[in-house]
Structures are given as structure tokens and as C-alpha cells.
Write a new protein. Structure first.
Ligand SMILES: Cc1cc2nc3c(=O)[nH]c(=O)nc-3n(C[C@H](O)[C@H](O)[C@H](O)COP(=O)(O)OP(=O)(O)OC[C@H]3O[C@@H](n4cnc5c(N)ncnc54)[C@H](O)[C@@H]3O)c2cc1C
Length: 328
């Protein structure tokens, strides 16, 4: 086993100070330990933040915003009554992720920063992977590509961003507050994850010593008629083949507001603004939902075996919109 140093910082600033000398933060550990066992992550130092109360503050009762400390546990937020009633897309995205045991351990901050499930990334040394080992190539190009990204991929990398929560949060314009050696700043969640381009090993816009402190979601009447629909190979304990987070606000049959994002299909959480534009100001019916689904996957590029997920993505968006309509 590879040795590492285990550190419990005194507070968040101390954690930043320690992290600026290298290392990895430990929240629930459900991604980090997994990747360490696979020898994909090899931190010399682990900075355990679980006891830091600043990161646990969690308040879903606010009139202007919902506040989730980065250490809020997935299962607590999934079961929160206000979230279930006013933001079902957020609650459903959590319920449909992982298993109850994992959700009890896993934090929202860690969930946003989980790494891809691409087999060639997780498979380790036998496989070339530009994300794991920059410049080594990408085994998925000639390999099995059923689960690779159809949106946002580059020649260097087609690994899917696997998380469910991020898609549900970006439809509500969520923001994250981060702290690092350069001070505090806010990042719109939609700008946290990067497309791979030529540097797939740089996955987010976070600096190496920056810590997510909290996630904030502005309150909106769009929340109530929202849903997160996830299609997968089996109905539980599996990642999405395609998923959609959507929200609608209606005036009779006319769409006043619409939000659409895709999960499971792209290299990062994917807001589908073309689909939103198509819906807003128009009469909503099944044909409109179907057209929005098509618009959501605009520009998608099929691989040898992944093309079916483009149609699946379009239908998932359409079905999600029909569910959201029933909630208006
Ligand atoms: C079998 C299995 C099935 C799963 N299925 C799903 C699924 O269907 N859908 C889904 O969305 N997820 C799924 N997951 C992923 C799971 O949700 C994540 O592992 C979990 O959310 C990560 O949270 P954590 O607190 O355990 O993070 P950790 O493992 O502790 O950390 C993950 C990463 O985030 C960093 N980090 C953690 N907190 C912070 C912070 N505050 N600031 C900066 N960096 C931080 C860590 O350094 C690490 O790099 C599955 C996982 C497993 C093992």
C-alpha cells in the first residue's frame, strides 16, 4: 500500500494553507478512496475536512436563496421537505444517484467534484488516457465507446461527467463560494466544469488550493414544476446513459419560463439554452416537448456505438418536460 499523510486542519483557512503545499481534500471519501484503491489518485497527503462546522451549515428555509454547506450529505438534502416540495429536480437527482449507504456518506461538494467513470480512465495503466496521464493518448478512440460523451468531447478526451446533482443545480443558476490562498470568490456552477479540449486533466476552474465552502441556489418559482429524469441500464445503482433536469413555469398553456440541462451525455453538466428558447413564449404540448428535446442535443456527435444515446437524450428531455408540465 502507498503511504500518505493524514491531516485534520484546525479550520478552513488552515485547510487552505495545508492544501497549498499539495494534497487532496477528504469529504465522504466515496470517490477519493475508490480512486486511491485503483491507484488513479496517489495523494501524498489527505486533508480531512469532515469536522469543519463552517462547511456543514445548511439552510433550505431562506426567501432568497437555499444554502448548502459543501459537507451537506446527499441523503439529508434529498429528504429535505422544502427541497422535495419546491425543487423536486434537486431531490430527485440525489435520490437517483448511487445507493442509500453512499448518499449517507457523500457530500454535495464531493459529488460535484467526482471524477469520470470512463473505463479507460479508471482502468489504469494498461489503457492510454490523456486525463490520467497527459499526452498518453485516448484508448476510447479505438475502444468501446457506448458510454462516451456525445457532447463537448475533443480528440483528446470523450469521458462523460457522471454526476447527477450538477445538472439539477445548473437549471436554477446555482453558485458556489470557494476559498483559497488568493481569497474568497464566487463561481457560477455552470462555469465550474471545463470541456476537455487539449487539457482533459484540468477538469474544473478551481485552483489546486481552493475549497468549495458552500453551494447557493437562488429561490425561484420555477422550482416547483421541475424534475430530474434519469435513464440507465438498470433502474438503481447505476450512472445515467442520459438524463434531463427541467423546470417549467406556465401561464395557462403558454410557457413563461423553461430550464433544461442534460446529464450523462456530455463532458460536463450541459445547460441546453436552445431548448429553453424554443419553449419560452410558445404553447406547450407534446410536439413542443419533442422539439425541445431535439434542440437540447443539437450538435451532438455519435461515436461508433454511442449514437443511440443522442435520440435517448432527446426523448429523456421530452419526457421530463411532460412530467414537469403535470406539476405546473
Ligand atoms: C458505486 C457508486 C455508485 C455511484 N453512483 C452515482 C450516481 O448514480 N450518481 C452520482 O451522481 N454519483 C454517483 N456516485 C458518486 C458519488 O455520488 C460520489 O462518490 C460522492 O458524491 C462524492 O462525495 P464525497 O463526499 O464522498 O467526496 P470525496 O470522495 O471525499 O471527494 C471527491 C473529490 O472532491 C474533492 N472535494 C471534496 N469536497 C471538496 C470541497 N469542499 N472542496 C474542494 N474539493 C472537494 C476531493 O478532494 C475529491 O477529489 C457513485 C459512487 C459509487 C462509489
Amino acid at each position: 500500500m502507498r503511504q500518505f499523510e493524514y491531516i485534520r486542519p484546525a479550520d478552513v483557512n488552515d485547510a487552505v494553507r495545508i492544501l497549498s503545499g499539495g494534497g487532496k481534500l477528504l469529504a465522504g471519501g466515496t470517490t477519493l478512496y475508490d480512486l486511491m484503491k485503483l491507484r488513479i489518485e496517489r495523494p501524498a497527503r489527505i486533508v480531512d475536512i469532515n469536522h469543519l462546522s463552517d462547511l456543514k451549515h445548511y439552510d433550505s428555509s431562506g426567501d432568497h436563496e437555499l444554502v448548502f454547506g459543501a459537507l451537506a450529505r446527499m441523503s439529508d438534502v434529498a429528504a429535505d421537505r422544502r427541497i422535495i416540495r419546491d425543487y423536486p429536480a434537486i431531490s430527485e437527482s440525489l435520490w437517483r444517484a448511487a445507493s442509500q449507504q453512499l448518499r449517507n456518506m457523500a457530500s454535495l461538494g464531493g459529488n460535484l467534484l467526482q471524477r469520470t467513470r470512463c473505463h479507460y480512465f479508471r482502468g489504469g495503466d494498461p489503457y492510454a488516457c490523456n486525463k490520467r496521464d497527459p499526452g498518453s493518448g485516448c484508448a476510447a478512440i479505438e475502444g468501446l465507446d457506448r458510454g462516451q460523451a456525445v457532447l463537448g468531447a475533443s480528440r483528446a478526451c470523450s469521458a462523460v461527467y457522471p454526476g447527477d446533482l450538477a445538472a439539477a443545480l445548473i437549471i436554477f443558476d446555482a453558485e458556489i463560494d470557494v476559498i483559497g490562498s488568493g481569497g474568497e470568490r464566487m463561481i457560477p456552477l455552470e462555469e465550474l466544469h471545463r470541456e476537455p479540449g487539449d487539457t482533459p486533466h484540468i477538469e474544473t476552474t478551481l485552483k489546486p488550493d481552493e475549497i468549495i465552502v458552500r453551494i447557493r441556489v437562488p429561490t425561484t418559482p420555477l422550482g416547483r414544476a421541475s424534475t430530474y429524469l434519469k435513464v440507465r441500464d438498470r433502474e438503481s445503482y447505476a450512472f445515467a446513459l442520459a438524463s434531463a433536469a427541467v423546470a417549467l413555469q406556465m401561464d395557462g398553456d403558454i410557457v413563461l419560463g423553461a430550464r433544461v440541462a442534460l446529464g450523462g451525455l456530455a463532458t460536463r453538466p450541459w445547460r441546453a439554452r436552445a431548448a429553453e428558447r424554443l419553449l419560452i413564449g410558445r404553447r406547450f404540448d407534446e410536439a413542443a416537448a419533442r422539439a425541445a428535446g431535439e434542440a437540447a442535443v443539437e450538435g451532438a456527435k455519435p461515436g461508433r456505438s454511442s449514437g443511440f444515446r443522442i435520440e435517448l437524450g432527446a426523448r429523456t428531455v421530452a419526457d421530463a418536460l411532460m412530467i414537469a408540465r403535470q406539476r405546473t
